[in-house]
Each structure stands twice: as structure tokens, then as C-alpha cells.
Design a protein around this ligand. Structure first.
Ligand SMILES: C[S@@+](CC[C@H](N)C(=O)[O-])C[C@H]1O[C@@H](n2cnc3c(N)ncnc32)[C@H](O)[C@@H]1O
Length: 358
């Protein structure tokens, strides 16, 4: 018997869960609170007092800026800068790639705090990001295994909803023998309002395996986006490696640079042209660079003056890979699609033309 379709179906956190079930869970949680049960989540960082943001004596000014689209780079600690921005509640997308507390020799930032202090630091900047985010906005956090759980717990206790727990998988990790080689970072996608959020699936679609690997004719029965689908939640591919050594995107003196294609996917899917994108840890400027070429306004905050200047130079130069990711090159279906074959007939002709097993 055909399964009955639930039109109210939604998948926060990547799990298939009807909205009704979520509502029931929330009610149960509220019941616990009402019954005075102790539902507090306690994390190490909660023992440390919260950071008190400094109040500037005059209006905060960016160290570097460009017009059309409005692009600003501020120098300072994001925990102090964010609460003093004139953009509270107006940021459409936050992408944050914080220091991981791994003793990385950043220009000025000391990347080796006692664990509880690092967690407190994490909660403080997360809260500052939540405060500037619009009600329809998205918050993405790039974070490794050892701190992902705390970030997730904190965002949940602040009332945000997880839409996806993505994984950025790279093939060029550091060799080691005492455990498996690390080859991933978590890309956590949270929102304030799952149903009202900005979400552009068609802007990030890629050729599906069904079309390009299995040559399954059923893909032709789709009304729209024939042969295409939204990417899966594990991200890897030609331009998705770590930005090391002779990589064309590499900015010397910067540590832990993220590939442009990663930011391209996040920005295209979770913002519209003209929207405001914020990166509290600008680093080499990947977010600002990609945001600008995609017509988004942006704010970047960077603790190091030197890094901020270098990031600004990169933003002015523009991106290298945006729009250039190779997608199933040589495949007849994708080639036909690129050539404008949007009809079933043309795709069928492309299928008959060969290019794979059926
Ligand atoms: C992991 S890197 C970001 C890399 C960036 N995503 C890229 O693609 O180049 C972290 C950056 O945050 C900066 N930073 C560290 N603590 C900061 C703070 N409290 N406020 C602002 N920037 C900070 C460091 O100087 C470093 O450049």
C-alpha cells in the first residue's frame, strides 16, 4: 500500500520527524519545567563568568570598507564588536569558523585557553551572533570533533533549531599512527525559525547520482530540475580539500583557511542577493570574498590587524573558484542539461547517446 503523504512533514536536524511530534516533545519539555524538574544543561564553561563587552566611547568604525555591496571589516574581539554594531537583528547569515583552541600560532590571538575558559569564550561569541541574527537568518559553525557537542548543546538551550549537521570531509589530513587520521570538520546549520528561514535549494543543486552514475530513467519523470538534487550532508570533492601549500586559493600567513566552494554553498543556499552576511572570525577573508562576488553585503571581524588587512586585500581581488566547481563533466545528461536540454525528450536522447550503464 502506498504510504500516505504527510504534507506537514519537516526534517530539522536531518531526522524525519513530523511537526506534530516536535510539538509533543516541546510540550513534554515545558511540562518538566512546569513540574519544577531540573532540566538545566550544565557544561564546563558555565562555571566561568560571561565576558562583559567593552563599550566604545564613540561609534564603532570599520578598519576597512567598500561600497556596493556594503562590505565592512572590523578589527577587534568579536565579543566586543558584535554588541556594538548598528546591525543588531539585521544579519541574515552568520558563518563562524572560530579558533579551535589547538595552539595554532594566529598572528595575535592566543589559541590555548584552559578548557572551561574556551567553552565560556565559545558560548559568549555564539550568544553575540544570536543577538545580531535576524528572525529568518541562519547560523553556521565550522567546528571540530572535540567541541561540536558543546556548540550543539549551547545553541539548543538558546532555543535555536538544528537544520543539518553537515560534515566537511577533506582528503589531506595530517598523518598519524596512534588513531585514525582526522579528515573532517563539522558544519553545523542552525536557525531561529525553521519555517520562515531563507532557504534556496535550487541555488546549490548538483547532478544526482541517479542521473549521472546510475543513468536511471526515473529521473526524467521529475517536473523540474531533471537530473539534479540538493547536495548531501557530507561535503567533499575536487575543490573541497584543505587549502594548503600550492593551492591556488592559498593566502600565505593564514591558518586554517576554508575553501571558497564551502562558503559558496552556504551563502547561496542561506541568503539572497543584497542580504547581510557576517563572519566573526574573518581570518583570510573567505566569507567576505565569496559574499561580495555573490552580491551580498558583508561584515567581517578579525582580532589581528595584519590578518584584517590581508583579508580586505583578498576581498578586493575577488574569488578564484566561485561558480567554477566541476560538476559531472563529460556526463551526457549533465552536458545536455548545461546545453539547455530542459525537456524530457532531449534528456532521453542524451541517455540513448550512451555514457553509462543502465
Ligand atoms: C580559523 S581562523 C578563520 C579562517 C577563515 N575561516 C578563513 O577561511 O580564512 C580564525 C581567525 O579568527 C581570529 N580570531 C581569533 N579570536 C578572535 C576573536 N575573539 N575575535 C575576532 N577574531 C578572532 C584569528 O586571528 C584567526 O584569523
Amino acid at each position: 500500500m502506498a504510504e500516505k503523504k504527510n504534507m506537514e512533514f519537516d526534517r530539522p536536524g536531518g531526522y524525519a520527524m513530523p511537526k506534530g511530534a516536535i510539538a509533543v516533545q516541546r510540550e513534554l519539555a515545558f511540562d518538566l519545567v512546569a513540574a519544577d524538574e531540573d532540566t538545566t544543561i550544565r557544561l564546563h564553561g558555565d562555571q566561568v563568568p560571561a565576558h562583559q563587552p567593552t563599550k566604545p566611547t564613540k561609534a564603532l568604525k570599520p578598519a576597512h570598507s567598500l561600497d556596493d555591496p556594503d562590505t565592512r571589516v572590523y578589527v577587534g574581539d568579536c565579543r566586543d564588536v558584535l554588541p556594538n554594531l548598528p546591525d543588531a537583528g539585521k544579519v541574515d547569515l552568520v558563518f563562524a569558523d572560530p579558533p579551535f583552541n589547538w595552539d595554532v600560532p594566529y598572528d595575535e590571538w592566543k589559541d590555548g585557553m584552559p578548557r572551561a575558559e574556551y567553552e565560556r569564550f565559545t558560548f559568549d561569541w555564539l550568544d553575540a551572533c544570536i543577538n545580531v541574527l535576524s528572525s529568518t537568518g541562519a547560523l553556521w559553525v565550522n567546528i571540530p570533533d572535540d567541541s561540536a557537542a558543546e556548540v550543539v548543546m549551547h545553541l539548543k538551550r538558546r532555543g535555536l533549531t538544528m537544520m543539518n549537521w553537515c560534515v566537511w570531509h577533506f582528503r589531506f589530513g595530517q598523518n598519524r599512527k596512534d588513531s585514525f587520521i582526522m579528515s573532517k570538520v563539522h558544519a553545523l546549520y542552525f536557525v531561529k525559525a525553521p519555517l520562515e528561514r531563507t532557504w534556496n535549494p535550487e541555488a546549490v543543486m548538483e547532478p544526482s547520482d541517479r542521473a549521472t552514475v546510475y543513468f536511471d530513467p526515473r529521473t526524467l519523470n521529475k517536473e523540474n530540475n531533471v537530473g539534479m538534487r540538493v547536495p548531501m550532508d557530507v561535503w567533499y570533492g575536487q575543490y573541497w580539500g584543505r587549502i594548503q601549500g600550492n593551492n591556488k586559493e592559498r593566502r600565505s600567513q593564514h591558518h586554517n583557511q576554508i575553501p571558497e566552494v564551502y562558503l559558496e554553498r552556504v551563502i547561496r543556499s542561506c541568503s539572497n542577493e543584497g542580504d547581510l552576511v557576517l563572519d566573526p572570525f574573518l581570518g583570510s577573508g573567505t566569507t567576505g570574498t565569496v559574499a561580495r562576488v555573490l552580491g551580498r553585503r558583508s561584515i567581517g571581524v578579525e582580532f589581528s590587524k595584519v590578518n584584517a588587512k590581508s583579508a580586505f586585500e583578498r576581498i578586493k581581488q575577488g574569488a578564484i573558484r566561485v561558480g567554477k566547481e566541476k560538476t559531472a563533466a563529460g556526463n551526457p545528461i549533465f552536458a545536455a542539461r548545461k546545453a539547455g536540454a530542459a525537456t524530457k525528450e532531449k534528456f532521453e536522447a542524451a541517455l540513448k547517446g550512451g555514457g553509462g550503464k543502465k
